[in-house]
Ligand binder design. Sequence first.
Ligand SMILES: *[C@@H]1O[C@H](CO)[C@@H](O)[C@H](O)[C@H]1NC(C)=O
Ligand SMILES: *[C@@H]1O[C@H](CO)[C@@H](O)[C@H](O)[C@H]1NC(C)=O
Ligand SMILES: *[C@@H]1O[C@H](CO)[C@@H](O)[C@H](O)[C@H]1NC(C)=O
Length: 294
Amino acid sequence: MSLRIIVVLAVLTGISGSPSVTVGPEADSADTRAHPNSVPETVEKTEILGQQEVIVQEKAEENVMATGELNINHYPARRAAHVVQHYLNTLYGSPYRLLQLHKIHRGNAEDVSDSERKYELEISVQELIGNTTGKCSAEILFPRGERQRSPQVQASCEELLKINTKAQEEALYQQYKMNSGLLSAQNLPDSYGHIEPDMKPFWHLSIVAASFVMLNESSENTLYNMAQVANITQLATENDQLKFDCHILLHEMVSQEIIHWKLLFTWSPPDGVKVLQMEQLPHRHEGEIPPNTN
Ligand SMILES: *[C@@H]1O[C@H](CO)[C@@H](O)[C@H](O)[C@H]1NC(C)=O
Ligand SMILES: *[C@@H]1O[C@H](CO)[C@@H](O)[C@H](O)[C@H]1NC(C)=O
Ligand SMILES: *[C@@H]1O[C@H](CO)[C@@H](O)[C@H](O)[C@H]1NC(C)=O
């Protein structure tokens, strides 16, 4: 009896693991173009290719899949975990500190009222620049129906912020605070996926600013990634913040849309990133707006 169960489990694991085995080289290059960023490719690849199939399944079995213990390889857990990533970047991100989902260990989802759903996740998060990894426990509350409310996140992490980035941040700040020439850059990364070393801090800074948008725009049915900075321009300020005007491209992986946003944000080492304005630009694909009700 118990032996039979083990055999069935083994077969199921084999099946759910198969999409990542079928990843082909053409898909690789297509994906690298779509995501010319520093995110490890293997994770994203699997996501994109598995996407259509998984979405179809989710539509059919939405209630079964998204409630109770979650399969950590399926999209409900992954989408919620990305919201935690955006949240952590809004709190701790800097030109020298960028957090990224590394692994999902466990997940659970439940309806907590008619209007909210709660996810509880155990994940590992990686700090990309210093290359440290730490575990986080997180709770994500998604409002149902109302599109304008963003998810509420709580997270506690260990070991993540060990590396002190103060000296690097202060040096960058002083360099660009002088205002001798205001920064202006286009296409981070360029179409070859390349970013000049001295522009990398601004790519990271833009991802942090974008995280405010991605957090605010996320729902249970979205999966946002930063795709590119079309341009970023430093503006003169009278106060002690550096100020930037920035045009970014986000990739929403469920609808496969590239979405353009214009952001106005400030940064300084003690105050971090503050987004003053965010505006979505009418640059969408043909596709329709993702459904907002369940
Ligand atoms: C990050 O650290 C892990 C082990 O701690 C190592 O295996 C990996 O190669 C490192 N990655 C980079 C990009 O340095
Ligand atoms: C999220 O976006 C909505 C709609 O643009 C806006 O009203 C709201 O203030 C934003 N929330 C946050 C936390 O930025
Ligand atoms: C920034 O890039 C966008 C998209 O390519 C473009 O429409 C806009 O004119 C650019 N703005 C500046 C200031 O270069």
